[in-house]
Design a protein around this ligand. Sequence first.
Ligand code: ADP
Ligand code: AMP
Ligand code: ZN
Length: 221
Amino acid sequence: MGDGKRTYVVLLGVPGAGKGTQARLLEEKLKLPQISTGDIFRYNLKNQTELGVLAKSYMDQGALVPDEVTIRMVEDRLAQPDCAAGAIMDGFPRNLVQAKAFDTMVAPYGGVRVAPLISLDDEEAVRRITGRRVCRTCGAVYHVDFNPSEVAGKCDLDGGELYQRDDDKPETVRHRLYVYYKQTAPLIGYYYAKSILVELDGAQPIESVYEQLVALVDKSS
Ligand code: ADP
Ligand code: AMP
Ligand code: ZN
């Protein structure tokens, strides 16, 4: 048995839809941590852990890291004290096996509250991904045209160096979109059947998407 209801939000959308950007904004508003499996893998890679080195071999291909490893990592993360009220899931679950495992993890706390689908067409997603820049220090996400930092190449929050992810190169991006449609898109039906899927237009400015997300999380609680 669990200790009452928690708020688990699962953000869905193609790579580049804006999940990470929104999750970081929502963290403060909802007082819930963002759990980005991609960020955790990148953190491990930066620190050259065994997990990071393993994940890199899949990430470089734009493929999914094996479920067993990913699911165990999320279980560990959810057991941390800062996740006691729930979490904003960004990039997990990414296939049906992960979605079912996640349901089992959160069932004692009322299950997944809401699964917002941030929709965006592929062409725009590619534009966003290829212009994305990430802070080496804190992982904050920028875009060279759509969401630039104040000083080019430097993070607004900590002055950290902004870099382009290896897997944000055009060759890998195409495969990541393919993997999304093949493995992750079935989750749309999965959450729709549970009556917790809500679609919103991801082509709007960051602030408008954010306001809609806040409203729909509020409405779901
Ligand atoms: P995801 O986590 O879904 O892959 P990100 O949050 O990293 O997507 O966003 C991808 C890129 O698009 C980033 O460079 C980000 O700055 C930019 N971006 C995010 N949301 C918007 C938006 N609503 N309008 C324009 N650019 C955006
Ligand atoms: P992201 O930061 O969400 O764009 O993820 C970057 C890469 O990390 C993906 O292309 C995968 O290789 C890996 N990854 C992130 N989340 C998952 C997940 N839930 N399952 C498997 N692989 C993942
Ligand atoms: Zn930073």
